[in-house]
Design a protein around this ligand. Structure first.
Ligand code: C5P
Length: 415
């Protein structure tokens, strides 16, 4: 991601500030060299503290070479203390970034343990702290880590990631460190308030599938992962918007800095969406079930031996996008819907724009082989009334979200 992509002025001497990067001991530490390089490209000065185990994954010499600064790792080093006491080290930065933040480092931070230079610096700092967790999915999902993350979030620690995907350990799940480009944009958003173009705007985002009950144990649902909607909510929050995310059941972590309202059915999602109004703009990325069973018994439908299968009568669900678009007094200034299409993207997208009464449609190709549904990548075309369609470059769902943020900022005269 370069400056033009981020929509930021190029940093330079006296540029966007100074960070203290604490490198924890995880395999993702190898990405810290690229992170440092990208931060320096943006004019950010980077001083690094490494834990003892981080030095097993990446050498202090490489970190020093890329950061062009001395690397600190010893709490009781006479040279280090003489040159730069740990208190000064922790206070001279504008922002402290922990990447990768291991489960161990998060646990120490949550409990105020200071038994090496990295954890001491983290306890001694009076600066904002941003952490990029990276660990095995089991460790990330462990009750102890969940508890520590909650405590840290309450203490005002900022989180970026982790992302879901293949892990170095061979497992799949949530625990991959956020990509260096994502960490850089999160850092810049904090260092330069001007990089928060949506500051002061309220946003509603819907994401994920809806789950429609057949009886107390069965339901109808779809394959939506919620990855695109969640990436949008996170990117909007990072750009300074005050975001309410109304989400159906998904296997994703709550995006950082976002108010999350968890719902199941389309009717609950509609109620959650309406309760989040007024908002300045809305992005409706949820895959809402078109129908729901008409009547839901309060007992499990019994399978009678030899009996005929029950007939399930369906009724139409409310259209949330249409309802929000047609609000009189509380209609957001910009309402954005999605159109998942397998063919004639623009034609079908334009028809949807008309029918739903929204302002923009982001049409995405979900044909077999596109890998969009459940995958990490997406390619969308922006359709607006009376304007040429804009085919955006394909990329990760985070990149599509970043493009959308810039486009919304432009629409609100902030870009
Ligand atoms: O009609 P279709 O489902 O193709 O439209 C997709 C768009 O409409 C998406 O933005 C989706 O979030 C929204 N939608 C909705 N409520 C529904 C159905 C779709 O908000 N019941």
């Amino acid at each position: 991601m370069d400056d033009a992509e981020l929509g930021l002025p190029r940093g330079g001497p006296g540029g966007p500030g100074r960070i203290l990067l604490v490198i924890g001991g995880g395999i993702a530490a190898y990405k810290s060299l690229e992170l440092i390089r990208r931060l320096k490209e943006q004019g950010v000065a980077v001083r690094c503290v490494m834990t003892g185990s981080a030095a097993q994954f990446v050498t202090p010499l490489s970190v020093a070479a890329v950061s062009v600064e001395k690397v600190y790792s010893e709490l009781f080093s006479l040279t280090d203390e003489a040159e730069m006491g740990h208190i000064r080290l922790s206070r001279e930065a504008d922002l402290v970034v922990v990447a990768p933040a291991t489960a161990n480092l998060l646990a120490k931070m949550a409990h105020g343990i200071a038994d090496d230079l990295a954890s001491t610096v983290l306890l001694a700092t009076d600066k904002p702290v941003l952490v990029a967790p990276a660990m095995n999915p089991m460790m990330w999902n462990h009750a102890a880590t969940r508890r520590n993350v909650r405590m840290l979030a309450q203490d005002g620690i900022g989180f970026i990631g982790p992302n879901a995907g293949d892990m170095a350990c061979g497992e799949v799940g949530s625990g991959r460190m956020a990509e260096p480009a994502e960490i850089v944009s999160a850092v810049l958003a904090r260092l330069r308030p001007a990089a928060r173009p949506l500051h002061g705007l309220r946003a509603l985002v819907t994401s994920g599938p809806t789950r429609e009950a057949i009886d107390p144990v069965r339901f109808i649902m779809n394959h939506s992962s919620g990855k695109q909607g969640h990436a949008i909510a996170e990117a909007l929050a990072r750009a300074g918007a005050e975001v309410t995310l109304v989400s159906g059941p998904v296997a994703l972590a709550d995006p950082a800095g976002v108010r999350v309202v968890k719902v199941e059915s389309a009717e609950e999602m509609l109620a959650g969406a309406l309760a989040a109004l007024p908002a300045d703009f809305a992005v409706m990325a949820a895959a809402v079930a078109d129908w729901r069973p008409e009547a839901v018994p309060d007992h499990k439908i019994k399978k009678e031996p030899g009996g005929a299968p029950p007939a399930i009568r369906l009724v139409e669900n409310p259209d949330i996008l249409m309802t929000v678009s047609r609000q009189n007094d509380k209609r957001p200034r910009l309402v954005i819907g999605f159109a998942a299409e397998t063919e004639n993207l623009v034609e079908h997208g334009s028809a949807k724009l008309q029918r739903k009464g929204c302002d923009w449609i982001l049409a995405n190709d979900v044909s077999a082989g596109s890998g969009t549904f459940g995958g990490d990548r997406n390619r969308v075309t922006l359709i607006r009334a009376g304007a040429e369609p804009e085919a955006w470059p394909g990329g990760s769902k985070a990149e599509v979200a970043a493009t959308l943020v810039r486009r919304i900022a432009r629409e609100f005269g902030r870009g």
